[in-house]
Structure formats: C-alpha cells, structure tokens
Ligand binder design. Structure first.
Ligand SMILES: Cc1cc2nc3c(=O)[nH]c(=O)nc-3n(C[C@H](O)[C@H](O)[C@H](O)COP(=O)(O)O)c2cc1C
Ligand code: SF4
Length: 430
C-alpha cells in the first residue's frame, strides 16, 4: 500500500491501514485486530490496565513526553463523582500533521484507545476535542463514534461488561491555545480557551471541576496495541527511556516529506538522507527544528549524531516535542523563518500574561526591523533579554515556546542576523 510515502525501515504499528479507506470503518478496523484491546482490557482490573501502560513506558505524544501510565495513576482511586477523559485532537503546532492522519484513516484506533484509557481511570465520559479546521476528519470521527455506539462498544454496558462510557466529539473554533490542556477544558466548558493556573492539576480538578486526564491522539492510539501485546513487546522498539514507535512529521527541504513511523532513537541523519530521500538537488542541510515550532533549532553539526529519542534530542541541543521535523537547506533565511514563527505565537497568545502578550509582540517587531535591514547589533541583546524575561514567568509555556527559537537562532545563526544588520544583505530567498 502506498500511503503518500512509505519506507522499509518503518515499523507501521499506528500507521497500519493508512491509505486504505476500508480501515476507516468498524469492519475494516476489526479486520486489523481492532477492539481486541478493549475486550481484553475489560477482562483486566483497572489497575492492571494502567500497570501495563506504565510498564511499556509509553510517553505522551502531545509534546511534553510525560509517561501516560503515570499520569493515569494520579487519578483518584475512590470515586466521588464523575471522572473525565479528554482526547486532545486539536493538533495546531506548526509542522505537525500526524493526529489528523490517525483520525482520517483509523478513527477507531483512537476511539478504542480512548475507551481503554477511560476504563482505566474510571471516566464516565470521553470528550474528543477536534481542531475546527479538520472538516473532513471530524466527519469521519463522528461517523466512527456512531458506529461504536451501534455496535455496543461505547455507551451503556460496553460488550456486556456493565461498564458505561459515553463519547462526545467536540469541534473547536481554531485557536492554537485551545490545545493547551487547561485552555482546552475551559473551551469545552463553553468559556474562552484561557489556560488555567496550576495547581490544581487536572487529575484533582479538571473539566467541570472533576478529576480529568488529558492525552494526545497518538498517545491514546498506541494503547490498544500495548494492551493486546504487552509491555515487553512494545519495548522491543525505541530506547530504555523512550520506548516504542513514533510518528515523525517531516516537512521542508527534503525530497520525500511526510509522516513516517519509526522506532524512537532513530538517527536524524538517516531520516533525512535515507527515509526522506535526502535534501533537494544541489542543496546542503542548514538547520533542523526537530519538534514543532516551539523548540530550539539544531544546526547542521548538531544533527550529525542526533538520535530521535526524547533524551537524544535534548543531548543534541533541542527537544523532541511532538516530533515534527522541519528541515531547512542553505537557501533558508533563518531570520525570516524565526520572524514568521514569532508572528504566529504573537497572534495566538491569549493575552493573560504580560511577558507573553507584550513579549511576543516586541519580539515580532524587532525581528521585522532586522529582516527589513533596519536593525542594530544591540537589537540582538534586546531579543535575548526579552526572551529571558518571557521564560518561566507565565501561566503556560506558549511564552517560553516563542522565546526558544529566537534564542537558539541568535546563538547558532548569528551570522545570518549580522549579514542583515551590517549590510542589509539577504541571507537566502526561502
Ligand atoms: C500552547 C500549547 C498548545 C498545545 N497544543 C497541543 C495540541 O494541539 N495537541 C496536543 O496533544 N497537545 C498540545 N499541547 C500539550 C497539552 O497541553 C498536553 O500536554 C497534552 O495534550 C497531553 O497529552 P500527552 O500527555 O498524551 O502528550 C499544547 C501545549 C501548549 C502549551
Ligand atoms: S503564556 Fe501566553 S498563551 Fe499562555 S496563558 Fe500566558 S498569555 Fe496566555
């Protein structure tokens, strides 16, 4: 099957069935072994289900990499009222396009993962919070939820187990900040999607003030496979600290961009030069942003020995984030790239925190000044100081995320800035 691009080094676990419209239906998902995980989970105790996910070492795929089983174990054991699970399907991080593919090709994979997680944490209700712009995808997910209800896989007395779990699909209005877990909960409650101050953490007081767990689509989609096959099986891929497979969203100046499912710890250079077919003709690698626009740049030297695990990318000088690998060649104007990224954050800041609201605006203005040949060398120091004031001082990490590419680009690509400042020269056309 030729899903836009595939490669024989891929381990197609979550991406199995992609490219085949039959996988979208309940029948098609069952033909791939679907809902065996749910069936098995319902025969296990809730703690056993959490235990196997913990032992597998599955780390959250939404960006922070927090272990899913550990997160589930924070939920109260004694139930005093409703518990909730939110599936974060808001996927808005620039460069990220994996969750939409899970939902578009194998929506039941995500729904099954949601139902298993909900069972483990005693959730009565699952809310799937979908990005508003995913029109086609959201229809597919809605139909799959209906199919699950009709087949007795969701709702009352699931598969005759006596367990009741409702599933609601909620379509957002297209704000990046609603992907932040507490902004998402406010939005679901009908309020503005403003992030909340933590503590209290969602497991203590989340959606409607009740114990809540929030997980990313890809995290939940991995769960049925782990429950069916066990923790050791899952650990055959990846590293000790980053087990399993991961969907890498590769974009930019490679010959074959796309989604590739690979074991965590896969070498970055092999991803670029083998799996993605190498750089565009006649061009050299200049920079990689390995985890979506919120993480620091890697320069070409740092890419040399970078292994794509959570710990490997930190060691190389950045973060894996949601594994959205943006590859840039030597035609790239890094200052322009950073300015566009900061414009995005400035537009998406919810405005609650002064360092973020004002800081992102000022970063964008100064970068624009430099880009258009009106900057000074002092501006670089101002950008760095501004970035420091924006880091670790706000309610959520959007502010830190805006500062990270600015800081790392000045440290690693200072000459690009200086060329524009000193000679008004363009560093590249892209
Ligand atoms: C500004 C901002 C936007 C975010 N957007 C998303 C998103 O679109 N999807 C997502 O899964 N997580 C997003 N996150 C991370 C979530 O807050 C949360 O950590 C994640 O959904 C938890 O799931 P996981 O543990 O399975 O990774 C965002 C975080 C921030 C600060
Ligand atoms: S850091 Fe920015 S986006 Fe996050 S809560 Fe504060 S103002 Fe809003």
């Amino acid at each position: 099957m030729a899903y836009p691009y595939t490669h024989d080094k891929e381990v197609r676990l979550l991406s199995r069935g992609w490219g085949d419209p039959a996988s979208r239906t309940l029948e098609g998902w069952k033909a791939l072994g679907g809902y065996e995980g749910l069936r098995k989970a319902l025969e296990m105790s809730r703690d056993e289900v959490t235990g196997v996910v913990k032992d597998a070492g599955l780390r959250g795929r939404g960006g922070a990499g927090f272990p899913a089983g550990v997160k589930w174990s924070f939920m109260p054991k004694e139930k005093k009222g409703p518990h909730y699970l939110c599936c974060n399907a808001d996927e808005s991080e620039p460069g990220t396009f994996k969750d939409r593919e899970i939902m578009r090709w194998t929506p039941h994979q995500m729904i099954e993962g949601c139902l298993i997680a909900a069972y483990a944490i005693q959730a009565d209700h699952v809310y799937i919070y979908c990005r508003g712009e995913f029109f086609e995808t959201n229809e597919i997910v809605g139909r799959a939820v209906e199919e699950a209800y009709e087949a007795g896989l969701a709702g009352t007395d699931i598969l005759g187990s006596g367990v009741n779990i409702d599933v609601t699909v909620h379509v957002g209005a297209g704000a990046y900040i609603c992907g932040e877990e507490t902004g998402l909960m406010n939005s679901l409650e009908g309020r503005r999607g403003l992030p909340r101050v933590k503590p209290p953490f969602p497991a203590a007081s989340g959606l409607f003030g009740k114990p809540t767990t929030i997980n990313n689509v890809e995290t939940l989609a991995a769960v049925p496979h782990i429950v069916v096959n066990g923790a050791e099986w899952y650990r055959q891929w990846g590293t000790e600290k980053s087990p399993g497979t991961k969907l890498f969203c590769v974009s930019g100046h490679v010959k074959r961009p796309g989604n590739y499912e690979l074991p965590l710890g896969f070498p970055l250079k092999e991803l670029i030069y083998d799996v993605c077919g190498g750089m565009r003709e006649g061009r050299k690698l200049k920079a990689v942003v390995p985890g979506g626009s919120s993480v620091p740049f890697l320069d070409a030297a740092e890419c040399e020995d970078c292994s794509l695990s959570y710990e490997g990318v930190v060691e190389a000088g950045s973060m894996l984030g949601c594994a959205s690998v943006m590859v840039m060649d030597d035609s790239t104007n890094i200052v322009k790239q950073v300015r566009r990224t900061v414009d995005f954050f400035s537009h998406e800041s919810c405005g609650q925190c002064t360092p973020c609201r004002e800081g992102t605006t000022w970063l964008a203005r100064i970068l624009k000044r430099i880009e258009t040949g009106r900057g000074t060398e002092e501006d670089l120091q101002t950008l760095l100081e501004l970035g420091d004031q924006m880091t670790g001082t706000t309610i959520c990490v959007l502010s830190d995320s805006a500062a990270a590419p600015v800081r790392s680009s000045i440290e690693k690509f200072r000459d690009d800035y200086l060329a524009l400042i000193r000679r008004g020269e363009k560093v590249g056309a892209a």
